[in-house]
Design a protein around this ligand. Structure first.
Ligand SMILES: [Mg+2]
Length: 388
């Protein structure tokens, strides 16, 4: 959910002063967190505290930050100020911009959607307000489980028509039904976290909130570049940083209802297959020529690349399974070792010659791409740079 906060901070200085350029500076002294961050933190805090009282946490956090940059929308400001706040049938995009944590915390689509609805109800009890929250949380959940393409296909059920991003052309529209088609058009076009974020701002309109929603889903698709994450955190007070830390810590605990990469995935299928073939595979790569068949479980690829039994059985479910794979004490180290063996041929041998066929070159590239996403700066980037 840090992606939402990043989008909010980066977009904050453009909300009432739009830009139509993509090459703006992401972070300047004029940037600040706004209502989108405060509400995102509130929902996350309702999860980390264990009580799931979204209404109470929203009210508490917004009252602790009464005058953020950009202020609160009129009706929401009255809700915050009220001692007995009641839902006001909103279909504003506020229900979508605050829901990110839900998409990460729960491990089934049913739970994600049910809880997303509950986060909307205290204020946004209009069907379009609820739909905006449910669609955004669904997008995050599906992106982290199955990747961008599956997510976009599923989101057609919520919003069949998307807006092709055009710089500076997006009118100011604070509704869910006006904002989500813009968000999906941007995600469809972009290739990485930063590009998506830049489009979110440069299309114009309600920049910080489009930034927050695009950022929240982009995080689940691509992950967040470390430098951007660290810079954004420096804009937040200690109280908010603590919620983020607690949230990420809880996500890693196997006993939590949240996902756990260690318990969710059956990595033994790789161990068993490698017991048989890893030594052979390593020798072949060291010798500069793959001659036997082991690509699926030595350089695992993202699901959807192939249709054979092996392709499907050994496919990685997404970035989270790739992360679990890399964190596995045997599998992670073996993968790095064989990558280093590949690199000894850099500049000397053609990659198609080494891998033995064009299809295995594609599989290798897919494998390096997904692991590079999990561990940027590791040996996988070097393989991509050397051969692709
Ligand atoms: Mg805002």
């Amino acid at each position: 959910m840090l992606g939402a906060i990043i989008g909010d901070i980066v977009g904050s200085r453009f909300e009432f002063n739009n830009t139509n350029r993509l090459d703006f500076e992401l972070f300047t002294p004029e940037c600040s967190f706004t209502d989108d961050t405060i509400c995102t933190i509130a929902i996350a805090n309702a999860l980390t505290s264990g009580d799931k009282n979204y209404k109470e946490e929203l009210h508490r956090w917004c009252n602790a930050h009464r005058f953020p940059m950009g202020g609160y929308g009129g009706s929401f400001a009255r809700w915050v100020a009220s001692s007995n706040p009641q839902p006001y049938n909103s279909f504003g995009n506020g229900s979508a911009m605050r829901v990110a944590a839900i998409g990460w915390w729960f491990d089934t689509l049913e739970e994600v959607q049910a809880e997303a609805e509950k986060t909307a109800l205290p204020t946004h009890n209009h069907p379009e307000g609820i739909k905006g929250a449910v669609a955004t949380a669904t997008a995050i959940f599906l992106a982290r489980k199955h990747g961008k393409e599956s997510m976009l296909t599923a989101l057609k059920d919520f919003y069949p028509t998307w807006v092709e991003p055009q710089l500076g052309k997006n009118p100011f529209n604070e509704t869910c039904q006006g904002t989500l088609p813009v968000v999906l058009g941007i995600l469809n076009k972009a290739h990485n976290f930063e590009e998506a974020l830049r489009y979110a701002i440069a299309v114009g309109g309600d920049s910080d909130t489009i930034g927050a929603i695009v950022g929240s889903i982009s995080e689940a698709i691509w992950g967040i570049p470390e430098e951007i994450a660290q810079t954004a955190l420096s804009y937040l007070p200690e109280t908010m940083r603590k919620v983020i830390t607690d949230f990420h810590y809880a996500l890693k605990q196997p006993t939590n209802s949240a996902t756990s990469s260690i318990t969710t995935y059956d990595l033994n299928r790789f161990i068993e297959a490698q017991e048989r073939d890893y030594t052979t595979a390593l020798h072949e790569i060291q010798n500069g020529r793959k001659v036997s068949h082991w690509i699926w479980y030595i350089f695992p690829q993202r699901k959807g690349l192939g249709h054979s039994h092996n392709s499907k059985f050994y496919a990685l479910d997404g970035v989270e399974e790739a992360r679990a794979y890399l964190e596995h004490p045997i599998l992670g180290e073996r993968l790095r070792t064989i990558c280093r063996a590949l690199l000894t041929h850099a500049g000397k041998r053609d990659i198609e010659h080494i891998m033995g066929s064009q299809i295995d070159v594609i599989k290798l590239q897919s494998s390096m791409n997904i692991f590079n996403k999990v561990a940027p700066g590791d040996v996988f980037q070097q393989v991509l740079d050397a051969f692709f």
